[in-house]
Design a binder for this molecule. Sequence first.
Ligand SMILES: NC(=O)c1ccc[n+]([C@@H]2O[C@H](COP(=O)([O-])OP(=O)(O)OC[C@H]3O[C@@H](n4cnc5c(N)ncnc54)[C@H](O)[C@@H]3O)[C@@H](O)[C@H]2O)c1
Length: 268
Amino acid sequence: MRAVNRLQDKVALVTGAARGMGRSHCVRLAEEGADIIAVDLETAAEELDETARLVDDLGRRCVTSFADVRVGTSLDNAVEHGVSQLGGLDIIVANAGIYADLAPSWELSDVAWQRTIDINVTGTWLTVKAAAPYLGSGGSIVIISSTNGIKGGASTAHYSSSKHAVVGLARTLANELGPLGIRVNTVHPGSVATPMILNTAVFAKLRPDLPNPTQQDAAVALAERNLLPVPWVDPVDVSNAVLFLASDESRYVTGTQVVVDAGLTQKV
Ligand SMILES: NC(=O)c1ccc[n+]([C@@H]2O[C@H](COP(=O)([O-])OP(=O)(O)OC[C@H]3O[C@@H](n4cnc5c(N)ncnc54)[C@H](O)[C@@H]3O)[C@@H](O)[C@H]2O)c1
């Protein structure tokens, strides 16, 4: 992708930066001139290093920190460290999230429900709480929701509830921060080719008709959900929406939802 420096010398915080879309956001924003504060769990240390190497290869700086988004103090430390190294903060991408333990609502365990709410909702709020005080006028907060933040889905009560909840959070933040010139929006990806859905547990949910479904089998089921003839979008397609919302090209866009889903939410 050719860089046009839409984020020249801006600093962006990205949570869940070790892999999947988080890594893609880091790389795409760095391609446009941003330095990155990349945060993820300590268990993802190797992958987080690889994200940092990819940003470094683009000639931008990447400060990595370990933090569990459920723990406010760990986020406070990560943000403080990153800002002290990079000199400020302009963009927050609250991306970390989980999609796990899928089950019908009445079979979902209390633990699975709470873990998803804690990471996807409380973690998003704590991310913004730790980082928003560093933003100034022109700042942008992008919260990663899902098409499950627009419509429900079978066996996703915990996940769909969490992804709807962050829309309420974003709308509230947009009201609170608008007068300060800070924008807040959500991005709603459909199926995206990352480890989150490209795994055997999700393949089995998608193809209960097969004993050991492969990625190709799952792709058939996922493609049926979309208007466009593709099973999923690539992480960079979502990162391009994040880039738009992070940049001044969207300077009057706030409190809204950007959907990148190959038509999933509109299919009848
Ligand atoms: N992949 C999809 O199809 C899809 C679709 C819609 C929305 N999303 C959302 O996009 C975001 C990124 O998803 P992805 O597909 O890249 O997932 P992924 O599983 O590939 O990556 C998620 C990252 O978040 C990190 N993470 C998980 N729990 C954390 C915690 N408690 N603290 C800090 N970091 C944590 C993981 O270590 C990992 O690096 C998530 O919010 C997800 O819900 C994904």
